[in-house]
Design a protein. Structure first.
Ligand SMILES: Cc1ncc(COP(=O)(O)O)c(C=O)c1O
Length: 460
């Protein structure tokens, strides 16, 4: 019989996969270390089991104990897997920046999850680390691993990730690229690789707004600014960041991180999270200047499934002003309007009474309405012109919409580009959106104005 003793035996030994299409024109070999293939779908499975094993050895975690940790999610998942197998309880503290998928995943693994505001500063009572420390203190028979300082974190990478990469590349690796959250991955793997060959370059990929680039270059800690990528970057230097093993830190924008994460799925079939996109962007930047002997390995930190409601959602990217302009379709514009617009399409039938139609427009604050019959557009009602007609002839209030309506608004397909929509709006007050023969939405000049104001972000 061939089987594993438990799910923890599946952790590590992740493969390296060569990139082929994203690296066109580059001479260097770029390899993805597929940490998304761990049983908890992230690089953090390695440290979850390692910190628990260390605590058991040291007598800090006893049968029936509770593990309490501050986590952006993945370490929690790694700890929860091991806790499930070994019979411990878990309480995890996350900020409201972490994706809802990760929180639900943790609950599915039997953990309790506490959410704190991401705006809370380090050291204040609401900060996720202070909250976890307080809960650990108040919970009997609890163990607080503290992934930011626990030596088993970098040690796990020194003992597993580093040797795996060294063996898989037969010692040919020249550059290693990883994000810096707790620092465990880059410090442990970096130390191992440097001990094997001090010429291997260790490159940190860090979001703009985080401290590590300036810290590496000047030793100073800058005031941070917010960014959206999860799991990497810091406001303070955690003890597990061993900066002596890091040669260079490259800053990557949220826009580039998310775009590269999406491209890794679309172009290479590797479905990953945002920090993997940060690493990929940095890896490609490094590889650009290298020759054919170079072997660049970057970490695919976790699966894209954790971020289906985040950067893998066009709607979310649009809301965050990060959607590439060419992706802005009629369907997306009409489907993600601001709060000023009704949630579903408002229309009238040709047989409706004019007074009712005008009352509806007044109530909802709309200046135009499509007139639909059996789902097809047959005309339009424009408030100012309809009112002018009614003022001239009050009897029209009692007649049907068909008597005062005008020609229909133009119709575009749900996949039509924002440019096509804008073109129609130059000579029409609104455009109807059609999906598989049904009118599903309306776009007004106001909506496009909103859109223009919302697409001045980094990628436009
Ligand atoms: C998604 C993701 N990527 C990268 C990292 C960074 O890894 P490390 O903490 O080993 O520096 C983390 C850590 O929390 C993470 O959650």
């Amino acid at each position: 019989m061939h089987y594993y003793d438990n799910v923890l035996a599946l952790i590590g030994h992740t493969p390296l996969v060569k990139l082929n299409r994203l690296t066109r024109g580059l001479k260097a070999t770029v390899l993805a270390k597929m940490e998304n293939l761990n049983p908890g779908f992230s690089v953090k499975d390695r440290i979850g089991v390692a910190m628990i094993a260390a605590a058991e050895r040291e007598g800090k975690l006893k049968p029936g104990g509770t593990i309490v940790e501050a986590t952006s999610g993945n370490t929690g998942i790694g700890l929860a897997l091991a806790a499930a197998v070994k019979g411990y309880k878990c309480i995890f503290v996350m900020t409201d920046k972490a994706s809802v998928e990760k929180a639900r995943y943790l609950k599915a693994l039997g953990a309790d999850v506490v959410i704190t505001p991401v705006s809370a500063k380090p050291g204040t009572p609401d900060h996720y680390v202070s909250t976890a420390q307080r809960i650990a203190k108040e919970t009997p028979n609890s163990f607080y691993p503290d992934q930011y300082s626990h030596p088993a974190n970098p040690e796990a990478h020194y003992r597993s990730t580093g040797p795996e990469i060294w063996e898989q590349t037969e010692g040919k690796i020249t550059h290693f690229v990883a994000g810096i959250g707790t620092g465990g991955t880059i410090s442990g793997t970096g130390r191992f690789l440097k001990e094997k060959n001090p010429n291997i370059k260790i490159v940190g990929a860090d979001p703009f707004g985080s401290i590590f680039k300036t810290y590496k270059e000047t030793g100073k800690i800058i005031e941070t600014t917010p960014y959206l990528v999860e799991g990497i970057g810091q406001e303070v230097v955690p003890p597990n960041v061993h900066i002596q093993y890091i040669d260079e830190v490259i800053n990557i924008s949220d826009g580039d991180s998310f775009e590269m994460s999406r491209q890794l799925g679309r172009v290479e079939g590797i479905f990953c999270g945002g920090s993997s996109g940060t690493n990929l962007a940095a890896a490609l930047q490094v590889a650009r200047d290298l020759d054919e002997d170079a072997v660049v390995v970057f970490i695919v930190c976790d699966t894209g499934e954790h971020y289906l409601s985040k950067h893998h959602s066009d709607e979310w990217l649009k809301e965050k002003r990060l959607l590439e302009p060419q992706k802005m379709t009629a369907g997306l514009i009409s489907g993600t309007k601001g709060d000023h617009a009704p949630r579903s399409l408002v229309w009238v039938a040709p047989a409706d009474k004019v007074s009712d139609a005008l009352a509806k427009m007044n109530e909802l604050g709309l200046t135009q309405l499509p007139v639909l019959e059996e789902g097809r557009p047959v005309g339009s009602l424009r408030e100012n012109r309809a009112l002018a007609k009614v003022v001239r002839n009050r009897h029209l209030l009692e007649s049907s919409v068909s008597e005062v309506m005008e020609e229909s608004f133009p119709t575009v397909d749900v996949d039509a580009s924002a440019n096509e929509v804008t073109h129609h709006l130059q000579s029409n007050p609104a455009v109807l959106v059609e999906e598989y023969g049904r009118i599903t939405g309306i776009i007004t000049r106001h909506d496009v104005l909103d859109l223009k104001m919302n697409t001045t972000g980094p990628l436009s």
